[in-house]
Every structure is written in structure tokens, then in C-alpha cells.
Design a protein around this ligand. Structure first.
Ligand code: DC
Length: 228
């Protein structure tokens, strides 16, 4: 006998949540959902339309014009993120968006619009969703909650490698500063800050090989999915 579950993976920026979530979803035949990509797509829209982050009316009006969708990538296990029909997957990973996304995602109207969509996307279960407040707020009933951590230097190196693979060279100092700034804003914001859910399992990925962290999560997931 097996059951369908929701797996929530939360944690600091750059500790391997997305790649782990992707691989876990692939192994289980589940859908991978990147909640951070949604906040990034909103941020890109706000940058392009120069939305004043203090103006609640403008923000609400902008949110009414934002439609975010995902489509599986041809190669690999991930999704491409679409903003009003345009594939923005690469652009949302670049520094201009990274530098603004924590401010944008701290705005209550932005959060409630995104959380509503995330709940819809996960309503049928069989999803692995990664983010900051998935286990505490979006799916507090998730059957498996993981809280990932890793030391800041290692996280910055990993993010630098990812950006290089996309053809963008950014210095370690700038990346470390951005990760640390986002950690502070994400974990101190008023609305649903990043924090470990009481029933989440913490995994420090600093010295784990990628496959080890995937296997740890998979083992826990399978124990729940296939429990008698
Ligand atoms: O996972 P990421 O680094 O791509 O997320 C980008 C930003 O989006 C992150 O700095 C904070 C915000 N975010 C959030 O507030 N809540 C989530 N569930 C996911 C991301």
C-alpha cells in the first residue's frame, strides 16, 4: 500500500534545496515546484515595470497582471518558468533579480497571491515544493518537511558555479553578500519568515555529496509513502 504525500523543503539561499527537490521528485515520479521562481518572476515584472515597492495600489494592480506558469524543461528534471507566456527561466536567476527578490517577497500582497497559487498547485499532492515557508505556512500539513542548511562560504561557491554554468561571472564576495542579505531579510520579515518548522528534519548539506542528501530525503519519503 502507498499514499500520496507533499514534501516541503525549506532553508537558506543556496544550500541545494532546488537541486535536491528536483532529484527527489524525479525519483518518486512527483512534480517539482520551485516557489522561489514565482517570487523571482514577480520581481522581474516589478523591475521591468518600475513598480514602486511602497505603492500598495500599484503593487496590487501589477499582481493582477502577472500570470506565472511552469513547463518541464526538454533536458533535465526541472521546469522553465513563464511570466505572462514568456520563458524567463534564465533572467530570473541573474543578479538584478536576486538583489531585489527578498524585498519583493516580503510584501504581504505578493505573498498572499503566491501562496494561494502554491496551495492550488499542491492540492493533488505528489509534489516536492522548495522555498522558505512551505512547511510552516504553505503546507503545514505536509507529510515530510526538510529544513536545509549549509555554511555561507560553501553556499556562495555553489551559487557561483551555477551562475558560471549559465555564462555569468560574478565574484564570490558579491554572491556571499547577496546570500547573507537575503538570509537576513527572509528570516526577519514580518510575514511568514524563514524558520524551521517544529516537525521538520534538519539536514546540513555543507559536507554532504549531492547524492547523499538526495538519498537521505528519499529514504524518509519512501518510509512515509510505503508505510503499512
Ligand atoms: O529559492 P530562491 O533563492 O530562488 O528564492 C528567491 C527568494 O524568494 C528568496 O530570497 C526569498 C523568496 N522566497 C520566499 O520568500 N518564500 C518562498 N517560499 C520561496 C522564496
Amino acid at each position: 500500500m502507498s499514499k500520496d504525500i507533499i514534501i516541503a523543503i525549506d532553508g537558506f539561499s543556496g544550500c541545494g534545496k532546488s537541486s535536491t527537490a528536483k532529484a527527489v521528485a524525479h525519483a518518486l515520479g512527483y512534480t517539482y515546484l520551485d516557489s522561489g521562481a514565482m517570487y523571482r518572476a514577480v520581481t522581474l515584472y516589478f523591475i521591468r515595470h518600475q513598480v514602486d515597492l511602497q505603492d500598495e495600489k500599484l503593487i496590487q494592480n501589477a499582481l493582477d497582471h502577472i500570470h506565472i506558469t511552469f513547463s518541464p524543461q526538454k533536458s533535465g528534471q526541472g521546469n522553465d518558468t513563464y511570466l505572462n507566456g514568456e520563458n524567463v527561466e534564465e533572467e530570473i536567476r541573474q543578479m538584478p533579480v536576486s538583489q531585489k527578490v527578498s524585498q519583493v517577497s516580503a510584501i504581504p500582497a505578493v505573498r498572499s497571491a503566491m501562496v494561494a497559487q502554491q496551495r492550488q498547485l499542491g492540492a493533488a499532492k505528489r509534489v516536492v515544493m522548495d522555498g522558505r515557508d512551505i512547511g510552516t505556512n504553505v503546507f503545514p500539513q505536509a507529510e515530510l518537511k526538510i529544513f536545509m542548511t549549509a555554511n555561507a562560504g560553501i553556499r556562495a561557491q555553489r551559487r557561483q558555479k551555477e551562475l558560471l554554468e549559465q555564462g555569468t561571472k560574478v565574484g564570490l564576495i558579491d554572491i556571499t553578500r547577496n546570500l547573507e542579505e537575503r538570509d537576513i531579510i527572509d528570516s526577519t520579515r514580518h510575514e511568514n519568515p524563514l524558520k524551521k518548522a517544529a516537525d521538520a528534519v534538519e539536514i546540513d548539506t555543507s559536507y554532504l555529496k549531492f547524492q547523499e542528501q538526495v538519498d537521505k530525503v528519499l529514504e524518509m519519503a519512501r518510509n512515509i509513502i510505503f508505510q503499512a
